[in-house]
Design a protein around this ligand. Structure first.
Ligand SMILES: [Zn+2]
Length: 243
């Protein structure tokens, strides 16, 4: 129990995580890129789990259309930067966690500054240009990351462990463009929350020293359809074939 209080009693009682896993979570640093519908539950769960250091990145401001699914924000946050507002909310959830926020969007120009030095990177973004930046950096620097996306009623999640699982570029075509956005297509509030919850679970497995599969996990809570697709490493992948 040394170093961890009653707050984590139920997490430590769980055989799958235990005291050992809880101490590994405490020793870990996690960056969440994008503090929207998926990033909110990921950051919330990591703060509650007692992660050592949590970084939050988002250049957008909280808008009233976000509130039906972005669970860290309320009316008092309208107009505030999302990363800063989320950090403020989570400091009151768990003051034991060191939380840093960057009120900017990830781009090629700031990727090295933002993405360096973390044990794991979580994708809460809403576009493939940001995900490609994360993938390239993480593959090159051998940092595990968890891809997540959600639009309409569906969500997708995949662990990417460089050198072990397939990466984003193994299955995504070079000319892949973003599909319809949540703004155009709508989004079922539970889909990003389930995706974030699943992505967090996978990240905790990685932190605990387990090796989750690199399968693409597909969720559709509206139609109650759940499936997984095995994505093999692509021997001619432009990003990871040399690992
Ligand atoms: Zn690859």
């Amino acid at each position: 129990m040394f170093g961890l209080g009653l707050r984590y009693a139920r997490q430590m009682a769980l055989g799958e995580i235990g005291q050992e896993g809880s101490l590994k979570i405490r020793a870990a640093s996690v960056l969440v890129v994008g503090m929207g519908g998926i990033g909110s539950p990921i950051a919330d769960l990591f703060a509650r789990a007692g992660v050592g250091r949590l970084g939050l990145v988002d250049g957008d401001r909280v808008d009233v259309t976000n509130l039906h699914r972005q669970i860290l924000f309320g009316m008092n946050d309208l107009g505030k930067n999302k990363a800063d507002a989320a950090a403020e909310a989570l400091r009151s959830v768990n003051p034991e966690v060191r939380i840093d926020s960057w009120p900017i969007n990830l781009g090629k120009e700031n990727a090295t500054e933002l993405l360096s030095g973390w044990d794991i990177i979580m994708d809460g973004t809403d576009n493939f240009s940001a995900r490609r930046i994360i993938n390239s950096f993480c593959v090159l620097n051998r940092i595990p990351w968890v891809f997540s996306s959600s639009v309409g009623t569906v969500a997708q999640v995949k662990a990417i462990i460089p050198g072990k699982t397939s990466c984003l570029s193994c299955f995504l075509k070079e000319n892949h463009v973003d599909g319809p956005s949540c703004q155009e297509f709508g989004v079922l509030a539970s889909s990003p929350i389930m995706a974030g919850s699943l992505a967090w679970s996978i990240a905790v497995q990685i932190i605990s020293g387990k090796e989750p599969s690199g399968d693409l996990l597909m969720l559709d809570p509206w139609n109650q359809e759940f499936s997984r697709i095995e994505i093999k490493r692509n021997p001619s992948c432009p990003a990871c074939s040399s690992l």
